[in-house]
Structure formats: structure tokens, C-alpha cells
Design a protein around this ligand. Structure first.
Ligand code: ZN
Ligand code: ZN
Length: 415
């Protein structure tokens, strides 16, 4: 018999067993204004009614403000210096290879799900994109109806053996969504409520995609419709009697100049002009296989410098560029942002609110960008919502609170 009232310790943080089923939601790219304006304009009646008796504050996300580092922080309760996922890519100097970090082997910490599962908890993890599913499912032994781990993107391929559930499209009652669509996120919620109703997992994690936020600003009709959809599912989840805890992996800002064109600093081009080719290597940790909506342009970059003799010169030249907010050498940068030094370059660069960092023009295909560029990654996208449908006591102050405190808030601080 499992002692369901013991505390579970994960990465040196202790979590109480949930007093009712808990659903933690990571709304990808959800700049606080999206919900604030949607509520104000009447598109989120459930949330508007609920938050005054619940919890609503602002937390800071992890920098680089990208999807994988933040999702892994949320589900481990730790900064990237502990779990090791500092971006989608890092450069393996020894093998001279740019390595994609979407394999669980790069994860250095346990997930909260895996430790609760060991203690007998029922778990459900639902992601939009399949790239996150393996990482979030790290250490979880899938078990039909008990330990479920699925993605909307590959919902048609789900099996009892690999995902803990099969015939998922029938179960959810929706067709397979396009990976580049708002429906991908809707499927996450639709699957989430069905799973909560049927299996009552102790912990459920729903992680959406930021397709809509990359295209549409807060308060626009398309954004409001998307958040109205979310509000309907939040109301259903609430009616199912669960604790809802909601945060985001990062915010989102317009990254355009006065003419509406992407405002890009091409770091590799500049560095090659200043120091010659192959002296430096710019890595953009936003790069992933799904670049259509952001052209692999974000507000964070790391630079590997081959020749230590030019390091100071690189630092000072980059730091004086217009549109660069922060330039730091590895050690200081990793300290400030809580990153793992072995997974970062010699220099960390963060751009200002409306600028993005690129490598060279030929390496960014912007032809698929239909709307003015919106993206994330920097300090200007660090503020994210932090909400629960229940009141809480003893939470950290705004400014100290992190998105990866959400499980702590929902399990240890609800009143
Ligand atoms: Zn994201
Ligand atoms: Zn994004």
C-alpha cells in the first residue's frame, strides 16, 4: 500500500501529495497581456470570475526564454544549471558538432512526475509537439491508463505500450491537428479533460505550442479567440474538481523595426567581418525543426570563441552593438541566469525587446513568415503569468517567484 500522504523529495525540493488531482498547464509563449486583455474584453469569463478567489501573480521564466529549458525547469523544479537543458542546441567542441538537446540523455535531473510515479501516483503528460514528449517522459514507465505520455502532434500513433493509451483520436473525438496550428494546442486541452474525466491522474501536465502567440499580439481577435477556447477548457477542468495551476515557458514580443520588418542583428556575419571566418561560432538555442513561425530568430545567443586571445575584443564589440542588452562571459552569464557552463559558449548575448539575434542572412529562411516577426528568448520576455484556481499562502514575492515554482505552489502552498 502506497503511503499517499508522504512528502516526495525531487531535486532537493519537497512536495506534498496532492489533496485533489492537480493539472499544471504550461501555456507556451503566453505573455501576461494575452490573458489580461482577453479577460478585460470578455473572452475569458471563467478565469475572470475565478482569479479573485484564486491566485494570480507574475513569475520570471528561465533565460534563455525558450520552450525546452523552461518546460524542463517547470517539471523538475530547478534552473537549467541543475537539469542541463539550456536550449535546443549546444555546440560539442570535442566533436565539432552542433548537437540537438531534445534527447532525454541530456537531462541531468529527475522529473517531479517520475518521482511521484515511483510512489504510486497516476500521471498524465500531454504535449503539443512530440519533441517535448520524450524529454518530459524521461524516467516514466508508461503503463496503460496509469502513466500516460502523449503528444498532439503524433496522436494518431499513440499505443498502450509507448504512450499508455491508444485510439487517441477516437478517445478525444478530434482529427489529428496540423503541427502549425492553434488546433494543436486545443487538442492538448481536449485530450487533457478526457483523461482527467476517465482516469483521474494525480498529476497531469498540459504543455501547448506558441503558434498563435508568434503570429498574433495580445488583444487581437485571433489571440482572443484562442484564449476564449482555453477558458472553456479551464472551466471544464475546474468543474471536474481539480486544482488548476497555470504558467508559461516565456513571454512574446514583436521583433520588428518601424517598417514592420524583422529587426535582426546578424552576429556571425559581424564577427566574421571583424575577426575572419571560423574564429567564432554563434549558436542560437532557439533553433529547432519547427522554424516556420520564428525563422530561428530569438533574443538569446551564445558565442564560442576559438582563440582566447580575442575573447575580450569580441565581448566589447558585441556589448556596444545597438540592440544588445546584456553581454557576459560564460561564468558570469551562467551564474546570473542559472545555466550549466558546459552547455554554453564563451559569451552569452541577450538582445533588447524588439531585436532578435541571428547568425547570417543565408541561414535564416524568412519566406514562411506571413506575419510580422514575434519571438522570445530574452529578459524582455521573462515575465509570465502564474495562476491557480485556489488561493495560496506563503508564495515568494513577484520578482523572486519563478515559473518552476508552480508545482511547489500547487502542492505546498494551496489553502
Ligand atoms: Zn515556448
Ligand atoms: Zn516560440
Amino acid at each position: 500500500m502506497v503511503n499517499s500522504h508522504s512528502e516526495i523529495v525531487v531535486n532537493n525540493r519537497s512536495y506534498k501529495w496532492p489533496d485533489r488531482p492537480l493539472v499544471v498547464i504550461c501555456l507556451d509563449g503566453s505573455e501576461p497581456d494575452y490573458m489580461a486583455l482577453a479577460m478585460e474584453q470578455g473572452f475569458m469569463p471563467y478565469l475572470k470570475k475565478t482569479l479573485p478567489q484564486g491566485t494570480s501573480t507574475i513569475a520570471n521564466c528561465v533565460i534563455p526564454g525558450f520552450t525546452n529549458p523552461n518546460n524542463m525547469s517547470i517539471v523538475t523544479g530547478t534552473p537549467p544549471k541543475v537539469h542541463g537543458i539550456c536550449g535546443n542546441y549546444f555546440y560539442d567542441k570535442e566533436n565539432d558538432a552542433e548537437v540537438m538537446m531534445n534527447d532525454p540523455k541530456f537531462l541531468c535531473a529527475d522529473t517531479i512526475f517520475a518521482e511521484f510515479a515511483k510512489a504510486g501516483a497516476k500521471i498524465a503528460v500531454v504535449t503539443a509537439k512530440d519533441k517535448l514528449r520524450l524529454m518530459l517522459g524521461s524516467g516514466l514507465q508508461v503503463e496503460a491508463g496509469k502513466i500516460i505520455c502523449i503528444s498532439a502532434e503524433k496522436a494518431d500513433l499513440a499505443t498502450q505500450q509507448d504512450n499508455g493509451i491508444d485510439r487517441l483520436l477516437d478517445f478525444v473525438g478530434s482529427p489529428l491537428p496540423d503541427v502549425y496550428s492553434g488546433e494543436l494546442s486545443e487538442f492538448v486541452f481536449a485530450a487533457g479533460i478526457k483523461i482527467v474525466d476517465k482516469y483521474r491522474p494525480d498529476l497531469t501536465y498540459l504543455s501547448t505550442s506558441d503558434y498563435v502567440q508568434h503570429k498574433f499580439a495580445p488583444g487581437t481577435p485571433a489571440a482572443n479567440q484562442f484564449y476564449a477556447m482555453i477558458d472553456r477548457y479551464l472551466a471544464q477542468l475546474d468543474a471536474a474538481g481539480v486544482t488548476i495551476a497555470l504558467t508559461a515557458d516565456h513571454g512574446m514580443n514583436a521583433k520588428t523595426d518601424a517598417q514592420g520588418n524583422p529587426d535582426i542583428i546578424f552576429l556571425q556575419t559581424l564577427l566574421d567581418n571583424w575577426f575572419g571566418e571560423n574564429k567564432t561560432r554563434v549558436i542560437l538555442p532557439i533553433t529547432d525543426p519547427y522554424v516556420v513561425h520564428h525563422g530561428a530568430l530569438g533574443s538569446f545567443a551564445t558565442i564560442y570563441v576559438e582563440d582566447a586571445a580575442i575573447l575580450d575584443d569580441v565581448l566589447s564589440r558585441i556589448s556596444t552593438l545597438e540592440g544588445v542588452m546584456v553581454t557576459l562571459p560564460r561564468e558570469q552569464g551562467c551564474q546570473r541566469f542559472g545555466l550549466m557552463e558546459s552547455r554554453m559558449g564563451d559569451i552569452l548575448v541577450v538582445s533588447t525587446k524588439h531585436k532578435v539575434l541571428g547568425t547570417s542572412p543565408d541561414r535564416h529562411n524568412l519566406s514562411a513568415l506571413k506575419e510580422p516577426l514575434r519571438s522570445h528568448g530574452g529578459i524582455s520576455e521573462q515575465r509570465v503569468p502564474f495562476m491557480l484556481n485556489r488561493s495560496t499562502t506563503g508564495l515568494k514575492e513577484e520578482g523572486q517567484l519563478r515559473n518552476f515554482d508552480i508545482f511547489d505552489a500547487a502542492l505546498n502552498h494551496v489553502s
